[in-house]
Design a protein around this ligand. Sequence first.
Ligand code: FEO
Length: 403
Amino acid sequence: MEAVNISELVRGIYYIGVNDRTTTRFEGLWPLPAGVSYNSYLVNDEKVAVIDTVEVSSAMDYLTQIREIIGDKDVDYLVVNHMEPDHSGTIPFLLERYPSVKIVGNRQTISMIGGFYKITDSDRFLEIKDGDELSLGKKTLKFYLTPMVHWPETMMTYCKEDNLLFSGDAFGTFGALNGAVLDSAMGTDLHVKEMYRYYADIVGKYGAAVVRALSKLKDVEIKYICSTHGPVWHDRVSEVVGIVSRLANYEPEPGAVIVYGSMYGNTESAAEAVARELSKRGVKKIIMYNASYSDLSYMISDALRYEILVVGSPTYSMHLFPPVEQFMIAMETREIKNRVFATFGSHTWASAAVRKLDEYASRLKWEVASSFDFKQSMTEDTRKQAAQLAEEVVRLSKTLDKC
Ligand code: FEO
């Protein structure tokens, strides 16, 4: 077996990750049209440290890459920034190959390793606390505990001499790495776009924890961000920090997302009317999702990114139309803030959908800017209500250029 995915990032620090273009849904949920990478890193100093491992199906390739770099040397430390199995899955195999390796993690990490992999021997572990440092010889690793980004044990590891941050899932993206590893050596537009979706789908609920983590790192000089998914950021460090910071603070961009369900086209007609009225009022970025056919992953991502959210649903057995309900559950789960929200719905003999949408808004502490409901099919009045809805959300927008 050939070791193909090794890149030396700076002297003595290597990328040793793997690509996955086989899994169709990350976590069994989120589509991977361009694959995903599981990134791991190796510091080859007087002592050898591996930072995180990879998804277990690539264990053989992964161990070959380590051997290629260090030959007959031992791995002295395995730093575990994050325990989710896409990064921890190969720990048991690494321990089998290198039986004397010390696992470096915090109290939560050590507990999870016991739970997931039945590794409990205390001699195995070097427990660290926030701010602790570990010398590898010429290079020093410093540990920053960043809990709930997006699991309780998450932490980040900083190489002081090279200003290089091993950030775990933070700053991660979907999209495999097709040849290059450093952002400066590839076109990263796809990865930057996928960073929004990755954040919204995976981390979205934990904005406050991300803000705390960014604040903890604000005075740390960072020349390289080595995430566990996607490119190593070097040229675009400040840009990706800005993206994650805006998302974590729920700072929206100008634009409108219309999510709707429709059985026979009547609610869809109302969605079209709302879009047209928004456009007439100067909203240029309008994204429409028919919830029956659009993937939840993309709907969540744009709902987190843009300011105006309009949701429409037919009444279905006195509930929301199920795909719309699934979307609203995702909004509630992520506790999204700072939206201009409006609703519309249709019914045939009894109305419930708009009321149900308003109940979600109430739990999310969103004001409902405007809403309308119509019976069976649109009328001239419905058109006027769509225009009023558009007028009101544009009036309430803080991001649209309204001069
Ligand atoms: Fe990439 Fe949270 O695991």
